[in-house]
Design a binder for this molecule. Structure first.
Ligand SMILES: *[C@@H]1O[C@H](CO)[C@@H](O)[C@H](O)[C@H]1NC(C)=O
Length: 151
């Protein structure tokens, strides 16, 4: 579960920094928080074993309910709004709570910005956000290395 939870933080595009900048106690709290969200979303959206394997490997899961599971997690964290759009500002606000280094924050901002086009991609499910959650995850995975993030 913890590794899945660790992945879920990736959805917020913050894990690499969270992981390096936090104390064990902070990590534990965040783990618990994301575990609760993950469990709740798993109840509503049945993800498969293969999805979990993919998530652990930081790959985009392909199961039928994986997109809506990701959307559920992103909405609960607050990085996706009720219209199914990615809230870059919320993600950045979260990052600011943890990081004080201006350089690091700038990198995070640029990273998030590189995926800003996600909000203008056509989706088939409107404000549900399931399609967009997958598009966002693809971009975050693809672009992480470009910014020196080791997911
Ligand atoms: C990665 O970032 C670049 C900008 O640096 C952007 O143009 C590109 O669309 C992003 N990749 C994906 C998969 O969205």
């Amino acid at each position: 579960m913890f590794r899945l939870v660790g992945f879920i933080c990736v959805c917020a595009a913050l894990t690499p920094y969270f992981a390096s900048a936090m104390t064990a106690e902070q990590k534990q709290k965040i783990h618990e928080h994301f575990e609760t969200i993950g469990m709740k979303c798993m109840k509503d959206h049945h993800i498969t074993e293969a999805d979990i394997t993919d998530l652990r490997a930081k790959k985009v899961p392909s199961g039928p309910e994986a997109p809506c599971f990701l959307a559920c997690v992103m909405k609960d964290i607050g990085v996706m709004d009720g219209n199914g759009l990615i809230q870059k500002e919320t993600a950045l606000e979260l990052a600011k709570k943890v990081f004080e280094d201006a350089e690091e924050l700038k990198m995070i901002e640029e990273y998030l910005h590189s995926c800003a086009h996600v909000n203008t991609e056509p989706v088939s499910d409107g404000d549900k956000g399931c399609d967009r959650a997958i598009i966002a995850m693809k971009c975050m995975i693809e672009n992480a290395s470009q910014f020196g993030f080791d997911l």
